[in-house]
Design a protein around this ligand. Structure first.
Ligand code: GLU
Length: 338
């Protein structure tokens, strides 16, 4: 018989924490890390810590230290890492080259303003790149390259990608019409989030990805990359977001949900975990609790696909009115500058 957490076909469960060190963690990040930890540990698995510092400008050394101290204080232990994306350039380049050699990527000269002008998605929808630069001639490319440096996009086929999410259930997207050609390299030369995360998850043996439902629409793109690169597909669990106010996700600018504020307000890491567990249904009460204690009753299948608006009113001070910021713009198809 396979030991706990191991199936003969799959090996041990490997989960991951993948924080972007662009600010202090907030309640939503803590909730995602807590569920990732519970999923791995409830199956006797391991957790990898990966610092997603692809965006060199926005990643700050003080947040790299802070996020590790925060995980430790909260009892969210990891077994491997930290791995840093800034060390992984070679691996990303190899994956990129393998796509480029097959003629699957093309240079895109669109500025952010161009992209927004042609594709103004409704709230909550992701922008779909309309393929403006896909069929430029070599001459046009050479000419445009004199003006600005190009980002690189993956040309996607008109194909459906479907998978069964452990929380959201069946999910399918058409790569062409729902996603569009997406960035694998930004115009500043940095490899894009979608490429890096797929290469890292495979290299680090990650078999269980738990993250916010805001990334659900990235998953078909990542599955497509896994299949092009011959990489295994992890299990995905996209958990509901804690919202700051109706339909607005928490961001690192929501100071009242920032972990340092929460620790000051609730007085102990156990009380913060207890509060998050209570409002998300991981525990029957808001009483202080440790991740270890939550393991006893943890059941991923019991998580709802979305939280009622009720969750929003549980933060007891008004949130900042700042617009929520995406941690990594290239997820949304922006070319980085322009
Ligand atoms: N680094 C991302 C974040 O902090 C998570 C990306 C992922 O889980 O794939 O939001």
């Amino acid at each position: 018989m396979a030991p706990p957490g191991e199936t003969p076909a799959q090996g041990p469960v490997v989960g991951r924490f993948a924080p972007s060190p662009t600010g202090r963690m907030h309640a939503g990040n803590v909730f995602a890390a807590l569920v990732a930890w519970l999923v791995a540990k409830s199956q006797g698995g391991r957790v990898v810590l990966r610092i997603e510092d692809l965006d060199a400008e926005r990643s700050k050394p003080q947040f790299i230290d802070a996020v590790q101290r925060d995980f430790e204080a909260l009892g969210l232990t990891w077994d491997e890492g930290p791995y840093f994306q800034h060390d992984r350039e070679e691996a990303y380049r190899a994956a990129f080259d393998s796509l480029a050699e097959r003629g699957l990527v093309y240079p895109c000269f669109c500025t952010r303003a161009d992209l927004h002008a042609v594709s103004a998605p409704h709230r909550g929808e992701k922008p779909v790149y309309p393929g403006t630069c896909r069929n430029l001639t070599d001459e046009e490319r050479a000419f445009r390259a004199l003006e600005r440096s190009a980002a690189q996009r993956l040309a996607v086929p008109d194909e459906d990608v479907a998978f069964v999410d452990q929380v959201q259930g069946f999910y399918a997207q058409n790569l062409g019409t729902d996603c569009g050609d997406f960035l694998v390299r930004r115009s500043d030369g940095a490899f894009a989030y979608q490429l890096a995360v797929v290469v890292d998850d495979a290299a680090q043996g990650v078999s269980s990805v738990v993250r916010g439902v805001d990334l659900l629409c990235s998953t078909p793109q990542q599955i497509h990359l896994q299949s092009l690169l011959g990489l295994p597909q992890p299990e995905y669990a996209h958990i509901p977001l804690l919202v700051a106010e109706r339909d607005r996700r928490l961001s690192k600018r929501d100071k009242d949900a920032a972990l340092d504020e929460l620790l000051a307000r609730f007085k102990s890491p156990e009380a913060v975990i207890g509060r998050i567990a209570g409002i998300t249904g991981l525990a029957p009460t808001d009483d202080p609790v440790t991740p270890e204690e939550l393991l006893r009753t943890f059941d991923l299948a019991a998580l709802p696909t979305t939280f009622p608006d009720l969750v929003q009113v549980q933060w007891d001070r008004p949130c900042s009115s700042d617009e929520g910021a995406s941690d990594l713009d290239d997820r949304d198809g922006d070319n980085d500058d322009g």
